[in-house]
Design a protein around this ligand. Sequence first.
Ligand code: HEC
Length: 169
Amino acid sequence: MWERWTLTAAVIGVVGSLAGSGRAQEGAAKPVRMPLDEARRTVAMLNDAYVNAVVGMHTTYVKDAGSTPAASVARQLFVAMKKQGWPETRWLSTTGRPLNPDAAPKDAFERDAVAALNKKQARFERVEKGRLRVVTVIPLVDKSCQTCHARDKVGDPVGGLSYTVYLKQ
Ligand code: HEC
């Protein structure tokens, strides 16, 4: 599994550097800032796109425990989006035992979001330090997820997507 992961990451890296002939090559772009209303709508749109992409990748390509998880491909996409200055997104684990240790909550906001998601809240937001922060729940969709997330039950929150959007003051 790890070899295929690495290969996928390498392929995405190559495609990414070919595609990023403009801003990306000059390093990370400045974060795009937007008013609060627009920031909320943008998160809603990104969330619909990401969740549908992840579920589509999962059902199309993930056949067994040796497959590259859709979450890994999505993580590369989040890096590419941030590099262009678009809102930041990262995976968050709600279980206390993330498959990727980097998905553990990193600060007070994410810890509070995990507590809310585990109480069946689907969305958690806070405006702090000039940023809109939102976490949306990712439930364990069906049994096919248990191939790798073996200890989680169908329907339980297994994680979330944690968004940060810089606000225009
Ligand atoms: C082939 C194994 C596999 C399958 C099947 C799988 N996952 Fe994952 N999942 C992983 C791995 C490995 C990671 C860590 C990925 C990374 O960060 O690169 C992960 C990460 C996640 C995360 C982020 C939190 C964490 O634990 O790192 C969520 C949420 C998640 N998966 C949900 C799902 C859902 C929902 C399904 C079913 C639709 C699913 N996964 C199916 C292997 C899998």
